[in-house]
Design a protein around this ligand. Structure first.
Ligand code: ADP
Ligand code: MG
Length: 400
């Protein structure tokens, strides 16, 4: 069974180097961190380990440098921000991931200090799960901790190959919490269980939808993915993003679960996202040449009404429209506010997905108004869909 850091006696950490895989993939522009929720969420694990006298080696990816050194994707600004936030004796940074420079930095470390390595993805071996790189990474420490839930669905060197080389592989506090909450939703959701799915690319959401639709009491579908379902019903969808390969599946789902699925009854449409000043609101049929870019006012009212019916559980992934553009944000903002109300009424609400969390912020709904904000998008959907995530599998595996 998966072990968490608090399962190990305190003295097992004392004086020992611990490699901690973190998710510090935060938006940075001009060297400034624009949003640091993920860094705040990392504090408990880092401070717990430092307080027990570990030498805490932090590793993360940032963006997609694809195995080359991209100066703008350096993690140095993250180390600087962590230094301001953490109560530890030292928060250091080293401009390399493995090698001599890192070894020297480790020699200089005292128990209770933390050191952030440079962006893992500057190394080609990270995403390739290369065994030599995994070996180099693993040689830095004696214990392994994963607290990067958002990357659990990827078998990279830092989440998989290197992890396998440690005897002690532990889940950090954030990962433990995610697994606890998401397993509960997957296996024993309090009823009524409402699921709201929007966004784009059915493919990314397929396993979660397959697992959730049969379990949910109500499934609210909005955003880009709703048009495939509407098209499957024979509704005219104009130039909306219909995914034809998933039409047969959508038809089948509608035939089997029609009574629990709620689709938008009206839409905000325009010729393109750029032409938001020429938008229109239509009920049902979308004329040719137009795209559905947000759910309409009646749709968001009916969705909100459903979310506020009874307490139970609500899980939400995927915005209701192209919310980044103000003209197409209303549906998403209405749903976010209904989520907050449902929370205050006593429902257990979970929101996951990078864009969905950004949309919740845009709606000015606070983190404290959502019962659980999942730090994983793809990872949480796959987990709920019952898929085995490599990063979790390796924590559960018995070491050789
Ligand atoms: P998450 O990151 O929360 O998992 P997704 O990545 O699935 O969410 O979806 C978010 C994206 O979907 C946003 O960029 C949003 O603009 C887009 N989107 C949602 N609805 C529509 C739509 N009707 N037309 C075009 N884009 C849409
Ligand atoms: Mg996204």
């Amino acid at each position: 069974m998966k072990k968490m850091i608090s399962d190990l006696p305190d003295d097992r950490f004392t004086g020992r180097p611990v490699l901690v895989r973190m998710d510090f993939n935060v938006p940075i522009s001009k060297g400034k961190i624009r949003e640091d929720y993920r860094l705040r969420r990392a504090i408990p694990t880092i401070e717990y380990l430092c307080q027990r006298g570990a030498k805490v080696i932090l590793a993360s990816h940032l963006g997609k440098p694809k195995g080359t050194l991209v100066p703008e994707l350096s993690l140095k600004p993250v180390a600087d921000r962590l230094r301001e936030m953490l109560k530890v004796s030292a928060m250091k940074f080293v401009g390399a991931v493995v090698g001599e420079q890192v070894k020297r930095a480790l020699d200089d470390m005292k128990p209770g200090e933390a050191l952030l390595l440079e962006n893992l993805r500057f190394e080609r071996g990270e995403e390739a799960n290369d065994s030599v790189f995994a070996q180099q990474l693993a040689s830095l420490a004696e214990l392994y901790v994963n607290d990067a839930f958002g990357t659990m669905h990827r078998a990279h060197a830092s989440t998989y190959g290197a992890a396998q080389l440690f005897r002690d592989r532990l889940a950090g506090f954030l990962v433990s919490k995610e697994i606890e909450v998401l397993s509960q939703i997957r296996d024993y959701p309090a009823r009524p269980f409402r699921v709201v799915v929007g966004g784009i690319k059915i493919k990314d959401k397929l396993s979660a939808l397959r697992a959730l639709i049969p379990k949910a009491d109500t499934v609210l579908l909005g955003g880009g993915i709703a048009y495939t379902f509407l098209a499957a019903q024979g509704v005219a969808t104009g130039d909306s993003p219909v995914e034809h390969e998933f039409m047969p599946w959508a038809k089948d789902v509608l035939a089997r679960y029609r009574e629990r699925i709620l689709l938008p009854i009206d839409h905000v449409i325009a010729r393109s996202v750029e032409e938001g000043d020429k938008l229109q609101n239509v009920h049902r049929a979308i004329p040719a040449g137009f795209k559905g870019l947000d759910i309409g006012r009646d749709a968001s009212l009916s969705f909100a009404h459903e979310l506020l019916r009874g307490m139970g559980t609500v899980f939400w992934n995927g915005p209701m429209g192209a919310f980044e553009v103000d003209e197409f944000a209303d549906g998403t903002v209405d749903v976010a506010r209904a989520m907050a109300l449902a929370h205050w009424r006593g429902a257990f609400t979970v929101v996951g997905g990078g864009d969905t969390v950004a949309a919740v912020r845009k709606a000015e709904v606070l983190e404290t108004e959502i019962s659980h904000v999942s730090t994983g998008g793809g990872a949480s959907l796959k987990f709920i869909g019952g898929e085995e995530l490599p990063g979790i599998k390796v924590l559960n595996e018995k070491s050789q």
